[in-house]
Ligand binder design. Structure first.
Ligand code: PLP
Ligand code: ZN
Length: 468
């Protein structure tokens, strides 16, 4: 809880461009120097809001494009290049950047066919310095931590946040503390947190427990929380939308599909699209579509249930561990984003996620399981013809959130037919019912180390691939 003295100091602080924190429910406002994640009056989440000057959109678009040729680190960043849209730092010297962003927008014909649409592009955020979309947000969150003079930064994480935080904290010279659910974080991500020097706490509990505990103890310990509950982090993530629109020559797609876990990412996109619309940078809104894993779909159950104002918490279960979250912190912001964009939320099965991931791989792109929910969700919406009324002619951009190497274990198990919904590693107890079938398997072929065998096997393969 923020003290009265801290609040007074914050109000008199020299805030930037009319920037301040504002509660999304009751509208209470707080200064940028306050270390506060929830509204003190009503407990809801906070936005960073600005009194933007009257921007001239076309000239700012030209300036942003021109910065791509600049040698300045903040111009090279796919976040800070668009700094006019996130003017919360009084001093740019606080910025901690690799740089991040600058991720590609890729055509994906096989994936488009799999979903049943004509125009599909992937914006692949897995090309970031630590391999996931978190870097867009972490540069903003850690820079704010530096501006506030914090010594330690912390997060609860399903893996990617911890990897990103650990790297940015190391660059900034801050102590990183990460809380991860024991045994539920892929080795790729765990290895990053260890290598970048974070204090890595393996909690005997799930992500939701880790998140609640961290928010409880952080004020007392004086550590700065950079989960997506932190509104500054979302300011960084929102620039994914700007970069994406710039890459499309500012042609607005009909639909943007995003995986949903803690729901910070989709929320930040909604805020950005709303701001771009209000400021005159775009003249229509794309439909934001969130996709959750069937066993971790609290927003889906909330919105399609009887009472959309009360979160339906679930005990999360999915092999897409990045989105194994049953009580998402940003659900109200995500709901707001869906309202602003006339969006939709759906859920997909483990089988659909795994198959979609393999198809994305066949496009030469690859991603981690959570990211593949986007293609799986699009396919489902097209097939089911639900209220979202998605049509094959829409221009769709799906956001791939993590690199294929983040969870190599999952990929190999899928292709070798060893991916099980309830896979217990130590005891090898496997439920045959829970097998995820490798419909698009590309299993390794054992071959003896002889000239004859090698030429036979490759020859057979060449013949098969030549068949119509
Ligand atoms: C790869 C990946 N995709 C999607 C998500 C979900 O993002 P959010 O929690 O912002 O909904 C995460 C969260 O950790 C993630 O790591
Ligand atoms: Zn409030």
């Amino acid at each position: 809880m923020t003290t009265a003295t801290q609040r007074a100091a914050a109000t008199s602080a020299n805030d930037t461009a009319g920037a301040r924190l504002r509660c999304i429910s009751c509208g209470a406002e707080y200064g940028l120097q306050e270390v506060v994640y929830h509204c003190v009056s009503c407990g809801d989440l906070l936005d960073v809001v600005y009194d933007y000057p009257a921007y001239e959109p076309e000239s700012l678009k030209r300036q942003w494009l021109a910065r791509r040729t600049s040698l300045l680190p903040i111009d090279q960043s796919g976040v800070w290049r668009y700094r006019e849209l996130l003017p919360f730092l009084a001093d740019e010297a606080a910025i901690v950047t690799f740089p991040e962003g600058n991720t590609p927008l890729l055509d994906a014909p096989r994936s488009a066919r799999h979903a049943g649409v004509h125009h599909l592009q992937f914006k692949h955020l897995g090309f970031n310095p630590t391999g996931s979309f978190k870097d867009y947000g972490m540069t903003a969150g850690v820079s704010q931590a530096k501006a506030l003079g914090m010594r330690a930064v912390a997060c609860a994480s399903t893996g990617n946040t911890s990897a990103s935080l650990a790297a940015y904290a190391a660059r900034a010279g801050l102590l990183a503390i990460v809380l991860i659910p024991e045994g539920q974080v892929s080795f790729g991500k765990l290895s990053q947190a260890l290598d970048y020097g974070a204090l890595t706490l393996q909690l005997r509990g799930d992500f939701d427990a880790a998140m609640a505990l961290l928010l409880d103890i952080a004020p007392e310990l004086g550590v700065y929380v950079v989960n997506s509950v932190n509104p500054f982090r979302l300011e960084g993530q929102k620039t994914v939308m700007v970069e994406l629109l710039e890459q499309r020559g500012w042609r607005v797609p009909d639909r943007i599909i995003v995986p949903g876990g803690n729901l910070g990412n989709g929320s930040s996109y909604g805020k950005c699209l709303r701001e771009l619309f209000d400021l005159g940078f775009i003249d229509r809104m794309p439909h934001l579509t969130l996709v959750q894993a069937h066993g971790a779909a609290p927003l889906y159950h909330t919105i399609t249930g009887n009472d959309p104002e009360t979160l339906v918490r679930v005990h999360a279960r999915t092999l897409a561990t990045a989105i194994k979250i049953g009580s998402p912190v940003s659900w109200r912001k995500a709901k707001r984003a869906l309202e602003w964009t006339d969006g939709w939320v759906t859920e997909v099965s483990e089988q659909e996620i795994a198959d979609a991931k393999a198809i994305i791989g066949r496009d030469g792109i690859g991603c981690e399981p959570a990211s593949a929910t986007t293609l799986a969700g699009l396919r489902r919406l097209i097939r089911e013809g639900t209220d979202a009324s998605v049509t094959p002619n829409e221009e769709v951009v799906a956001i791939l959130t993590g690199n294929v190497l983040k969870d190599a274990d999952y990929t190999v198990r899928y292709h070798t037919g060893e991916l099980y919904e309830e896979f217990v590693t130590e005891t090898r107890v496997i439920s045959a019912n829970g097998q995820v079938l490798p419909h698009f398997a590309n299993a390794p072929v054992p071959v003896s180390a002889t000239r004859e065998d090698l030429t036979r096997v490759i020859g057979e393969h060449l013949t098969r691939s030549a068949e119509p």
